[in-house]
Ligand binder design. Structure first.
Ligand SMILES: C[S@@+](CC[C@H](N)C(=O)[O-])C[C@H]1O[C@@H](n2cnc3c(N)ncnc32)[C@H](O)[C@@H]1O
Length: 230
């Protein structure tokens, strides 16, 4: 099944995912907030503003086909930008959510969006580059249009445990990116078809990503000390 228009997108949320009327109203509130903010900064591609439900809201919510986060679980969304998928997940699921975003304007927007949507008690912005986010164990890690797979997994490896669920919408290159990855990563992930784009796919996996390098923050600290001493 492919969702190709706004009405089908809303129907999928209510009929298949079981989203309540109250949550649909909050998703509409997010929709309007993104569209208004798009007049001030480049948050999503302008051509998608008329198709927000299909291109962004359901494109994000479809990750919940592969996840059922509980109240006490922690979801980390890398490179949240306009809040996709992180804010949509936070509106539909009851878990704790951290939105990692490094650009100042987007950090400010995300903080306003969290307040506007009444999510302040369980959603936070880590407003720094991923490399500088303190390490915590994540139950779920998502990243849409964030970085090529090797950089994404290397950067996020330290947040993963053997139970971490990875949900990585990868567009048209999902299969190729996975096939070019080290075999340890290939065995962790499989490819799921996107519901919103016939050519796009999602990499879904579970487990602790073995890092082939120490996290960058660990590499950089001794190098900086060394330079300042010499
Ligand atoms: C192409 S946008 C995608 C935004 C959103 N996930 C979506 O799909 O609409 C990538 C986002 O990642 C952020 N970003 C890039 N590198 C980052 C890093 N190292 N740490 C945190 N955020 C980063 C950018 O500022 C940008 O907002």
């Amino acid at each position: 099944m492919l969702i190709q228009d706004e009405e089908s997108a809303k129907a999928w949320l209510t009929d298949t995912l079981g989203v309540s009327r109250e949550t649909m109203a909050l998703l509409e509130r997010l929709n309007a907030f993104v569209v208004a903010e798009a007049e001030h900064q480049n948050l999503v591609s302008a051509s998608t503003l008329a198709h927000m439900w299909q291109r962004h809201i359901v494109d994000s919510a479809q990750l919940l086909r592969f996840a059922d986060p509980r109240v006490d679980e922690h979801w980390i969304d890398l490179g949240s930008g306009a809040g996709f998928p992180g804010l949509v997940i936070a509106l539909i699921a009851p878990c704790q959510v951290t939105l990692v975003e490094s650009r100042g304007l987007r950090i400010a927007y995300l903080e306003r969006a969290i307040a506007h949507l009444g999510l302040g008690d369980r959603v936070q912005v880590a407003g720094v580059a991923l490399e500088r986010v303190p390490t915590v164990a994540a139950d779920y890690i998502s990243a849409r249009a964030f970085a090529p797979l090797p950089r994404l997994l290397e950067g996020a490896a330290r947040f993963s445990t053997e139970n971490t669920r990875w949900l990585l919408p990868k567009g048209r290159n999902a299969r190729t990116e996975l096939e070019s990855a080290p075999s340890a990563w290939q065995s962790m992930f499989h490819v799921e078809q996107s519901l919103t784009d016939a050519d796009a796919a999602i990499l879904v996996g579970t487990g602790s990503v073995p890092s082939s390098n120490p996290p960058r923050s660990v590499l950089q600290r001794p190098m900086r000390k060394h330079r300042s001493r010499s």
